[in-house]
Ligand binder design. Structure first.
Ligand SMILES: *Cc1c(COP(=O)(O)O)cnc(C)c1O
Length: 354
């Protein structure tokens, strides 16, 4: 395969001389720091945050490297996956010229971020079994197609995408293939991180927002070749992850056993919740889930959604999404929350029985 990242990156980004921060220009240890115009007197807090953070978050990346089995130089940390998605557009897609392919129904940010960046979106809908249509994808790709976005496990359909199909795309497409693994920890699938050594056009995204339970911190991960990561690093805001966030993520990484415990519990509760929904008379389908949510096809989904709202229970109405007609997307809650949800459904059944 004739993949060359230099053919893919935008001209202005290839030629970009990146901002050089104080922390870039002096990296050693010193006793007097007068190079960054920080407030030398301190902070109005018990703990001081008067110094700028490490622009490349090396401590976090080194720790993460032992968990993910990949070099720190092949990682990027962003202000949520949102920032990772936006940076991929800004580095590789020339506005009003290039295009990307998405596979709906899928995560909404790929399209929103494309629109913000004035990048054309081409849609190759999933098949009825929520798997890829390689033919549809092939029909859409042309010389200006820079990225194919694959979400696996997919949001909102909850299934993993067939691995062999992803390899087919990786082998036949000369642009970037992004595999968004936001929900990978809830599946039995192996991450595509280990395939990075074989595919220079592969980008893997993960997040601290789901299994790690840190959605409020806003930290997304991107794994790719060092060449790709270097390009992204040129474009990112110099200090995109704050000190406090870096410290908390580092602490979380020390507590991986707690995370694994939560994953196990959530998967058990997901399976139990699926079983319960299968027995609800108005439920037409509970789709197999590799994530921490289930997709349920239910009669008059919109009415069920509104009824649950009156009980103070919010699920995600996906009934107007193509291939998800009459579907609700339901996040696995705590034991108590799941019980309240089931009680809510029972109460709804009583209203329609009358
Ligand atoms: C939730 C989710 C993310 C996470 O986004 P963050 O910005 O990291 O919180 C990414 N991709 C998909 C498909 C998601 O559902």
């Amino acid at each position: 395969m004739s993949f060359n990242i230099n053919n893919l990156v935008r001209n202005n980004i290839r030629n970009l001389k990146p901002y050089s921060s104080a922390r870039d220009e002096f990296k050693g240890e010193a006793s007097v720091y007068l190079d960054a115009n920080e407030n030398s007197l301190g902070s109005p807090l018990v703990k001081w945050y008067n110094r700028y953070p490490d622009p490349l978050q090396w401590k976090v990346k080194k720790k993460l490297s032992t968990i993910k089995n990949i070099a720190p130089e092949q990682m990027f940390l962003g202000n949520g996956s949102d920032e990772c998605i936006d940076l991929l557009y800004r580095c590789f897609c020339t506005p009003a010229k290039d295009n990307v392919v998405i596979l709906p129904p899928t995560y909404g940010m790929y399209e929103v971020s494309a629109n913000i960046n004035d990048v054309e979106i081409r849609k190759a809908p999933l098949l009825n079994n929520f798997q890829l249509s390689i033919t549809r994808i092939e029909e859409l790709v042309d010389e200006n197609t820079k990225i194919i976005w694959i979400c696996s496990p997919n949001n909102p359909t909850a299934n993993s995408i067939n691995r062999t199909d992803i390899y087919t795309i990786l082998n036949n497409f000369n642009g970037l293939v992004v595999v968004d693994e936001a929900y990978i920890n809830f599946s039995r699938q192996q991450s595509f991180i280990k395939d990075l050594q074989d595919y220079p056009n592969l980008v893997v995204m993960q997040t601290f927002s789901k299994a790690w339970g840190l959605a409020g911190l806003r930290v997304g991960m991107m794994f790719a070749s060092e060449e790709i990561i270097n390009i992204i690093n040129k474009v990112k805001p110099p200090y995109n992850i704050g000190i406090h966030t870096q410290e908390l993520v580092l602490q979380a990484l020390e507590n991986i056993a707690d995370v694994n415990e939560m994953i196990k519990l959530l998967v058990d509760m997901r399976n139990a919740l699926s079983e319960v929904f299968l027995r609800v008379p108005i439920v037409e389908e509970v789709y197999p889930s590799d994530a921490n949510f289930i997709l349920v096809k239910i009669k008059e989904a919109r009415k069920v959604y509104n009824f649950l709202l009156t009980k103070g229970i919010v699920v995600r109405d996906r009934s107007n999404v193509q291939l998800c007609e009459d579907c609700l997307r339901i996040t696995v809650g705590t034991e108590l929350e799941n019980t309240k949800l089931i009680d809510g459904i029972d109460a709804y059944l009583e209203t329609i029985a009358e």
